[in-house]
Ligand binder design. Structure first.
Ligand code: ATP
Ligand code: MG
Length: 219
């Protein structure tokens, strides 16, 4: 079953009177529970692709389909709801809130939900990524790999169908990178689709499929 799809997607950025065509007619369909890695040199359009898949930005041409629905027809508020309900993000810089503990950071996406902050679920997710003994630590008391695992736990708090990761192993040593990739691999076992942008060859050992981009085109 297809979880998320790009159909003939072109993305142009207009800046200072000239146009950059970051993606040029990209097609991609990713199944539920599939682990896809997107690779390509700097500037090839990887982050642009991830932003479109995550409904953070809209294509100039073409369509983004999420769970069988054309998301390019969504209003801004529908896109926000779809993002919150279906998509988890792991950003390269983690974006953890420095004044909150690990546990509180993981609950952030749930603070406005009807049941209030999902603290028990956050604790369980942190335990799953091996941080049971770090629940009450602030980000500056955690290592880079631990922060990355907090970001993974946070991406899963709303039970997304799709997790999007930009350089999930960036700046981490090989062993910690492997643990992160194993964690992402485990998530796919629960039917979650994982799409990871990377420069890292290591990811390709864990991915079901590799999508290679060059100058906005699939290679
Ligand atoms: N907001 C923007 N405005 C104008 N041009 C942009 C914008 N975002 C990206 N671009 C351009 O689009 C192209 C693709 O950028 P993108 O960030 O998708 O590349 P990338 O593959 O993620 O690169 P990297 O590996 O360096 O992160 C680049 O030429 C970039 O300069
Ligand atoms: Mg990028």
């Amino acid at each position: 079953m297809t979880a998320i799809e790009l159909r003939g997607v072109t993305k142009r950025y207009e800046t200072g009177g000239h146009t950059v065509e970051a993606l040029k007619g990209v097609d991609l369909a990713v199944d539920a529970g599939e682990f896809l890695s997107i690779i390509g040199p700097s500037g090839s359009g990887k982050s642009t692709m991830l932003n479109l898949l995550g409904l953070l930005d809209a294509p100039t041409e073409g369509e983004v389909w999420l769970d069988g629905i054309d998301a390019t027809r969504f209003s801004d508020s529908e896109a926000t709801t779809a993002r919150r309900e279906h998509i988890g993000f792991i950003f390269q810089d983690f974006y953890l809130i420095p004044t909150l503990t690990a546990l509180e950071n993981v609950t952030v996406p749930t603070v406005f939900s009807p049941g209030g902050p999902a603290r028990d679920r956050a604790a369980a997710l942190l335990e799953n990524v091996g941080l049971a003994d770090r629940l009450h630590h602030a980000p500056n008391e955690l290592s880079g790999g631990q922060k990355q695992r907090v970001a993974i736990a946070r991406s899963l708090i709303n039970e997304p169908n799709v997790v999007l990761a930009d350089e999930p192993t960036g700046n981490l040593d090989r062993e910690i990178g492997e643990r992160i990739l194993e964690t992402l691999r485990e998530i796919t076992g629960q039917g979650v689709t994982v799409i990871a942008v990377t420069h890292d060859e290591q990811v390709n050992e864990y991915a079901d499929r590799v999508f290679a981009l060059l100058d906005g085109v699939e290679q």
